[in-house]
Design a protein around this ligand. Structure first.
Ligand SMILES: C[S@@+](CC[C@H](N)C(=O)[O-])C[C@H]1O[C@@H](n2cnc3c(N)ncnc32)[C@H](O)[C@@H]1O
Length: 348
């Protein structure tokens, strides 16, 4: 049960986050409007869009749901780990000094700046792109330092609240189990936001983060520093560094929209291979077409405003069928504001 003070604390913290990141969003939009090329300005969504009131109402529902989970004891009062005031201001300054550079890249549609034939020998070509027109792609320390700010700006401060909804099927799985005996891996863990939430709830779980980007893994290691029993490994999700049937839980958040359809199938096969019978996949990515009334128009605009070459195919992907083909049994699929949560169990 939440006390009135708990509710006040939650509302003040999350309200401040929304104000901060939404403020950055509107400032960036104004900037992009000036810089965008004519062809981007002419683009209009084909599907319906929710409008500001609709978005704010759905955002409020997400936070209600997040706070209700805290009230039910599913996870503790969120600690977003954004850093102190000095850290926030410093990241904000870096964000605004990068904005003209990334806006220029967008105006000129330069989405493959980070590709070089040498890197192609080590990393897949689909990965060597400037997703979101971000400076450095996924390859540099500076990009890793700005990523969380950029994602929260894009989602107006709701990204962590959406990620936390993955803790609900995890709590369901953990019920009656000894956390010290559970092995979990977060695939494409990025800067470790989700792993930190996992550790806040189950500090003794044996956790691993896998990502192709060493710079992002370094940032993730910094982010989960207060916790033990968490390790990181640079590896491709297409060839996971785990034995067959060795993990209880696999999670993966916001990966599938950035990989080609064929690779999605290979990665789903890897999820199924490394899970123990009876193990659970907890998956989150963008909303898909038809998932939420009035949101298809936003899905139309996303790959126009951000370099996202695989996004349109992702929004039409039948995830239930894809995971079932890999040998997993879908048990839950639902929209979570701008994301979609899918849970699958490995028959055991
Ligand atoms: C949009 S980010 C998502 C990061 C994080 N899961 C989150 O919640 O923000 C996509 C991540 O996938 C990683 N990635 C892309 N392709 C990959 C692959 N084939 N294997 C492992 N990681 C990959 C990128 O380095 C990046 O960190």
């Amino acid at each position: 049960m939440l006390t009135p003070l708990d509710r006040l604390t939650y509302t003040a913290r999350q309200g401040a986050r929304v104000a901060w990141y939404m403020g950055h969003y509107f400032a960036s939009q104004r900037y992009h409007k000036v810089r965008d090329s004519d062809d981007v300005r002419r683009e209009k969504p084909k599907g319906k869009t929710p409008g500001m009131d609709g978005m704010l109402a759905d955002m409020a529902r997400l936070f209600e749901r997040d706070m209700a989970n805290v009230g039910k004891g599913i996870y503790p009062m969120p600690r977003d780990g954004d850093g102190g005031l000095a850290g926030l201001i410093s990241t904000s300054r870096k964000y605004f000094s990068d904005l003209p550079v990334s806006a220029e890249r967008k105006a000129e549609r330069r989405g493959k700046e980070v590709y070089t034939p040498e890197l192609k020998d080590e990393l897949p070509a689909y990965f060597l792109q400037n997703f979101h027109y971000q400076t450095g792609g996924y390859l540099t320390e500076e990009s890793a330092g700005l990523y969380d700010m950029q994602v929260e700006v894009l989602f107006s401060g709701t990204a962590n609240a959406m990620r936390r909804q993955c803790l609900v099927p995890l709590a369901d799985f953990m019920a009656g189990r000894d956390q010290r005996k559970i092995k979990l891996a977060d695939i494409a863990c990025g800067t470790g936001r989700f792993l930190r939430f996992v550790k806040q709830s189950w500090p003794r779980i044996d956790a691993a983060g896998v990502d192709l980007s060493q710079a992002y893994l370094d940032e993730a290691a910094r982010h989960v520093r207060p916790y033990s029993k968490v390790r990181f490994e640079q590896a491709n999700a297409e060839e996971l560094p785990f034995d067959d049937a060795s993990l209880d839980v696999v999670s993966s958040i916001y990966l599938f929209h950035e990989i080609p359809p064929k690779v999605r199938r290979t990665v789903a096969g890897e999820f199924a291979r490394v899970l123990k019978p009876g193990g659970r996949l907890i998956f989150m990515d963008s909303l898909q077409r038809g998932d939420a009334e009035n949101y298809d128009g936003l899905l139309d605009m996303f790959p126009i405003n951000f370099h996202e070459p695989y996004y349109a195919s992702y929004t039409k992907e039948d995830l239930g069928a894809l995971f079932a083909e890999a040998g997993l049994k879908p048990v839950q699929s639902e929209p979570v504001f701008l994301s979609k949560l899918v849970v699958c169990d490995k028959p055991g």
